[in-house]
Design a protein around this ligand. Structure first.
Ligand code: CP
Length: 324
């Protein structure tokens, strides 16, 4: 993937996955995002880095946070933004996804932000994109969601910058979660060594040690003294049949409830990529508690997506200028 994502000078050309992204590059994305996240109460800055460039949002799967924050981010970079409505596009007449790509490229597209239900779809688009056209993966199947992972580590860094001494518990449906896969890679690259996966056996990877993490079905053990607790939704759209049984039992055993969180550090921070399912993997009281970073994650997603698009398309041969 390294060769698809980076150009000969090691700069970001496409963003498909956090796997293999160098720590220095991830850090540069986070540092760039810092300059785009407004102070609380301050008006958002609009900068001209993508003026004259066309960003196409191409979402073959539903989204609230990712699609709208990419749109807002592109508009704050002064790009022309086109939100394709895939449900009413000529895909319904049998057009192949790559033919849609070629058609939109012929209109002068510079950046495609693509969400797709198929693992590997973003890499396929990148392999077929014209030179100078960038593909940003906004989530492909259960494979990867790199901008979510970057906003997750950005949010963690703002509150707990010492990754080497951080304990992170990721709780819920890890097996079907592109967020978990991408966030684990980003955390490890930034130096985190204590990453615990917690969930029923059906939601845990077969070989956690291969990922450099631990796994347990015991939430008390998994959350013991951890600093960050990240909940995940059950990805029902990627699961055939009923693998978890009674929801009330699941909520009791694996939900982010006050009872389960009592095992974590008293100042543990709560995260979730959203959308949350109340009463399943989290309670609304926990989701909107003082220790929750869930809405901050959403806000930070704008800065991260501005940084990624600015670094990919805001320059031709030079790093993008930071806003004043
Ligand atoms: N976290 C996330 O990807 O949310 P959406 O599906 O709403 O974009």
């Amino acid at each position: 993937m390294h060769d698809i994502q980076l150009d000969a000078a090691g700069r970001l050309r496409h963003l498909i996955t956090t796997e293999g992204l160098p720590a220095e590059l991830i850090t540069r994305i986070l540092d760039t995002a810092e300059s785009f996240v407004p102070e609380i109460g301050a008006p958002a800055k609009k900068v001209p880095l993508l003026r004259g460039r066309a960003v196409f949002n191409l979402f073959f799967e539903n989204s609230t946070r990712t699609r709208t924050t990419f749109e807002l981010a592109a508009k704050r970079l002064s790009a022309d933004v086109i939100n394709m409505d895939v449900a009413t596009s000529s895909r319904t007449k049998g057009e192949d996804d790559l033919d849609t790509l070629f058609t939109l490229q012929a209109m002068g597209a510079d950046v495609f932000v693509i969400r797709h239900p198929d693992n590997g779809a973003a890499a396929r688009f990148a392999a077929n994109a014209a030179p100078g056209v960038a593909i940003i993966n906004a989530g492909d199947g259960s494979n990867a969601h790199p901008t979510q992972a970057l906003l997750d580590v950005f949010t963690i860094r703002r509150h707990r910058p010492d990754f080497a001494n951080l304990s992170v518990a990721i709780v819920g449906d890890i097996a079907h979660s592109r967020v978990a896969h991408s966030t684990i890679h980003a955390l490890k690259t930034l130096g985190a060594t204590d990453i615990r996966l917690v969930g029923p056996a059906a939601f845990l990877p077969a070989d956690p040690s291969a990922l450099g993490v631990t796994a347990t079905t015991d939430i008390a053990a998994g959350l013991a003294d951890c600093d960050i607790v990240m909940g995940l939704r059950i990805q029902r759209e990627r699961i055939a049949g009923d693998v978890i049984g009674d929801i009330a039992d699941y909520h009791r055993d694996f939900g982010l409830t006050e009872a389960n969180l009592a095992h974590a550090r008293p100042d543990a921070l709560i995260m979730h990529p959203g959308p949350i399912n109340r009463g399943v993997e989290i309670t609304p009281e926990v989701a909107y508690s003082r220790q929750s970073l869930i809405l901050e994650q959403v806000t930070n997603g704008i800065g991260i997506r501005m940084a990624v698009m600015a670094m990919i398309a805001g320059h031709r041969g030079a790093e993008p200028a930071r806003p004043a």
